[in-house]
Design a protein around this ligand. Structure first.
Ligand SMILES: [Zn+2]
Length: 174
């Protein structure tokens, strides 16, 4: 089932999300809804707060090469356990901030620990686009958006644009 994605500014995007204690079929269903919603958007990552739910759950699939097998990942309680000193810059976007892109500097490599759909603990080192994406999504769980890394003036400009976009969408009933 597709879930509506919240658009910034929204207080639900600024909240600290609660850890997932026990995996239930509801939560597994939610993860599959989130993957469906992400692919449909289309996007490469989505965090539960973006659909208004305060759970520490993210989904991602950063395979972008045509013809390459998809790799849908659902992570409960994801945590960065180590980051590289080396950084990389990616032009980031966000499904909650449509049509806005900006360069963000982050650690180039991160080691992430999470609980998978079977309730098993996983740990993996991510690099490249995956590293950027997983950090961007984990930020969402802490109420942080990629525009929070930009200069205040730029951020305010983007927020004003989004307020206008939301007003237009509400008026058009979209
Ligand atoms: Zn985002």
């Amino acid at each position: 089932m597709l879930r509506p994605i919240l658009i910034h500014p929204d207080p639900r995007l600024k909240k600290l999300a609660a850890p997932v204690a026990d995996l239930s079929d509801d939560l597994r269903g939610l993860a599959s809804d989130m993957l469906e919603t992400m692919y449909d958007a289309p996007g490469i990552g989505l965090a539960a707060p973006q659909i208004g739910l305060s759970h520490r759950l993210i989904v991602l699939d950063c395979v972008k090469v045509e013809g390459e097998a998809p790799r849908p990942l659902a992570m409960f309680n994801p945590e960065v356990v180590a980051s590289s000193d080396a950084t990389s810059v990616y032009e980031e976007g966000c499904l909650s901030i449509p049509e806005i892109y900006a360069d963000v500097t982050r650690p180039a490599e991160v080691e992430v620990r999470w609980m998978d759909l079977q309730g098993k603990e996983q740990q993996e080192v991510f690099s490249g686009l995956w590293a950027t994406c997983v950090q961007h999504e984990i930020d969402h769980l802490d109420g942080k958006l990629f525009i929070d890394y930009l200069k205040p003036l730029r951020r305010q400009m983007i927020t004003r644009k989004m307020v206008k976009l939301k007003r237009e969408r509400a008026r058009d009933g979209a």
